[in-house]
Design a binder for this molecule. Structure first.
Ligand code: PMP
Length: 391
């Protein structure tokens, strides 16, 4: 029996880019000590107080179906957070609770793209982006953000890709590049969307991890609220990746449409998880800063470890839990460098090419291991890179 074209085509037939990571895992399973810098997940777990809230909610009986759109208490808490952070009037009608940012990316594309529409995204990109677009029957089109422009997309490249497109997806702070889009970049993005009548899908899951500059939510830019759908979750901000709780924020008619989708798809998010999310958000920004603190500290450690040499250059690490390292001075591709680094030094990284053409000649390092391991790995990466340079 033949599967649908839509589901068969999700991966686009390309490699998934995880070859080095899987090889590193296999080495580790065989007892070889490997420093794994390929995992985009905190090395801390959900705070016990949030787990207590989850437990208490479940024990109190919140284990049945919950409203598909989310509890009013959580929709209100999310709307308050958004309004406080952006100044844009936001109420519960602007918010639907979904099982994580990934579900939100799918739902938003499903809501705005018809089969055959072109959906833009920025390359380098988070691994699931093109597949999410294909999963709704649309066609992904990459807009390159160049390393030499600090991985900020350029206005001319956006404008060139936009004319027949339906939507544009952005992610700032960015995985994998660590870029935080400047006010100028955000203005260029907003202008492109207005000029070409595009929906803007803004993935803001790293909005609590900003080390340089400030996070701008494009929904707050003039005349953008009606065409912007913000995707966010508690995965990164509260180390709640496994709880699967996030949201879409946008105009009420879009939220209504996504509610309809959720009724036929996820049927909502576990009530006890939503209660834990209300508790987590009530802890305010101090709790978010505590979760972000190790990455803020390690970012500086990465910069210090790379100081005094110029073979490996870090792209600006302005936000998120990643450092994109430019290894072009070695003459190797990111793929070849990451493979050779694993063989020689037992350090697992992600080749830049696995995030798209824009990542060529780079490797991505996730700052998700203990400080001393990270510093040791960075020093060895620099020494290894120097040894690969022509004399
Ligand atoms: N967007 C980006 C850029 C991510 O890095 C991730 C997770 N790594 C997600 C979305 C999805 O996160 P979640 O579904 O856990 O909210």
């Amino acid at each position: 029996m033949k599967l649908s074209h839509r589901i068969s085509n999700i991966t686009g037939g390309g490699s998934d880019g995880w070859a080095v990571h899987y090889r590193a895992l296999a080495l580790r399973a065989a007892g070889v000590p490997v420093i794994l810098l390929s995992m985009g997940e905190h090395d801390t777990r959900t705070d016990p107080s949030i787990l207590d809230a989850m437990h208490d909610a479940a024990r109190a009986g919140n284990t049945g179906y919950s409203p598909v759109v989310g509890f009013d208490s959580l929709r209100d808490a999310v709307a308050d957070r958004i309004q406080t952070r952006t100044g844009v009037p936001t109420g519960r009608d602007n918010v639907i609770i979904v099982p994580g940012g990934q579900a939100a990316l799918f739902a938003t594309h499903h809501a705005v793209c018809d089969p055959g529409d072109t959906a833009l995204f920025i390359d380098p990109y988070y691994a699931t982006y093109p597949g999410t677009i294909r999963a709704v029957g649309a066609t992904p089109r990459a807009v390159l953000a160049h390393a030499d422009n600090g991985f900020q997309p350029r206005r001319a490249d956006l404008a060139a890709a936009a004319p027949d497109a339906k939507s544009l997806m952005i992610n700032s702070p960015n995985n994998p590049t660590g870029a935080v889009y400047t006010p100028q970049t955000m203005d260029d993005i907003a202008d492109t969307c207005r000029d070409h009548d595009l929906w803007l899908i803004s993935d803001e899951v790293y909005d609590t991890q900003v080390w340089e500059g400030r996070h701008i939510s494009p929904r707050a830019l003039s005349d953008m609220a009606d065409r912007t759908l913000v995707v966010n979750s508690l995965s990164k901000s509260h180390a709640m990746t496994g709880s699967r709780v996030g949201w879409v924020c946008g105009p009420p008619d879009v939220i209504h449409a996504i509610h309809n989708l959720a009724t036929h798809n996820t049927y909502g998010v576990a009530g006890f998880v939503q209660d834990a999310a209300v508790f987590a958000l009530a802890q305010g920004t101090a709790a978010e800063e505590a979760v972000a603190a190790p990455f803020r500290r390690r970012r500086q450690l990465v910069l210090d470890a790379l100081a005094g040499q110029n073979v490996v250059r870090a792209a600006p690490i302005s936000g998120a839990m990643y450092a994109m390292l430019d290894i072009r001075a070695t003459g190797l591709t990111g793929d070849a460098f990451a493979e050779a680094l694993l063989d020689a030094e037992r350090i697992g990284t992600m080749p830049g090419e696995s995030f798209g053409a824009g990542g060529a000649g780079h490797i991505r390092v996730a700052m998700t291991v203990a400080d001393d391991l990270l510093v040791d790995a960075l020093r060895r990466i620099a020494t290894f890179a120097a040894s690969r340079c022509a004399p």
